[in-house]
Design a protein. Structure first.
Length: 299
């Protein structure tokens, strides 16, 4: 069904006069008459009937008007939404590690909204381990993921945006608790709480132990660094984790790692094979520019 003819029909239904409706539509009256005739032929029923000098809807026309107005309204809303997206408005779907949800991501999102107060922008926020975030990115549930570096074979674009120092945490009564710093090799005699396979941190910590040619005693595994910290505080073992302010609030001791030198990089990840909406592209560039603070992202 011709969409132009639908618009002609709705206009004529409201104006109830062929000449006025044709002038309003900026078309010739014969063109309007032809369009209405084609609609009536396609539907198999008359849509209009004469009422003096005016044209009124038949009962079929009244029924069809509801359908036509709903169809055009839905189409116009969709077109308007797409046009707003093309101008940088719309939804930005973020997936990120839970630790980044404490300050980093909320600050970036809030600063971005403040800098773009004239645009209709919304965010969705999802947390998870690196593997889950990358799976969500592949399934197009997220536009951007903030997590550990993805495997090269996934073909994703990953840009470093932040770094975290790694530390060893031990219970307060642990033999290493009196130390300020330890060599990673000194942790080998003690059971450790390790990151699960789904966590991007696991590969980072494994590489650290591989650098000294050793394997830790893994007593427990879990994916969240906050949970690992809680287990350490309760004496389940020791662990290598990224430094976070939460550690200062728990009953444990934080030790610097004197050797090997280590830090964890966090990345902003996207799939260049998937179209990036303008709003997402603008936010991504905002992050790379260092947010509202100015300068480039820290690394």
């Amino acid at each position: 069904m011709n969409l132009f003819y639908l618009r002609y029909f709705v206009t004529l239904a409201h104006m109830q006069h062929y000449t006025k409706a044709a002038e309003h539509l900026c078309i010739a009256q014969p063109s309007l008459s032809h369009a209405i005739g084609q609609l009536e032929k396609e539907l198999g029923v008359p849509l209009f009937e004469k009422s003096g000098r005016n044209t009124t809807l038949t009962r079929f026309g009244e029924e069809f008007l509801v359908c036509a107005e709903h169809t055009l309204s839905t189409l116009d809303a969709g077109v308007a939404s797409i046009q707003r997206s093309a101008h940088g408005e719309g939804l930005i779907r973020l997936g990120f590690l839970r630790i980044l949800g404490i300050e980093f991501i909320p600050r970036l999102a809030a600063d971005f909204l403040r800098e773009n107060t004239g645009l209709d922008l919304q965010f969705t926020f999802h947390t998870g381990a690196t593997q889950h975030l990358l799976e969500g990115l592949a399934a197009r549930k997220f536009d951007l993921a903030f997590c550990s570096q993805p495997p090269a074979n996934l073909g994703l674009t990953a840009i470093p945006i932040q770094k975290q120092d790694l530390v060893v945490i031990v219970p307060r009564e642990h033999p290493l608790a009196s130390r300020h710093a330890v060599d990673l090799e000194e942790t080998l005699p003690y059971p450790q709480i390790f990151f699960a396979e789904v966590s991007g941190m696991r590969a980072v910590v494994q590489q650290m132990f591989a650098a000294i040619g050793a394997e830790p005693q893994i007593a427990y595994e879990t994916e969240e660094d906050q949970v690992i910290a809680g287990l350490v505080a309760q004496g389940f073992g020791i662990a290598v984790v990224p430094y976070m302010d939460l550690l200062q609030k728990l009953d444990l001791k934080i030790l610097q790692i004197s050797s090997p030198l280590c830090e964890r990089a966090l990345f902003m990840v996207n799939d260049d094979r998937v179209f990036m909406p303008p709003a997402v592209r603008h936010f991504r560039q905002f992050v790379l520019n260092g947010g509202a603070l100015g300068g480039k992202a820290s690394f």
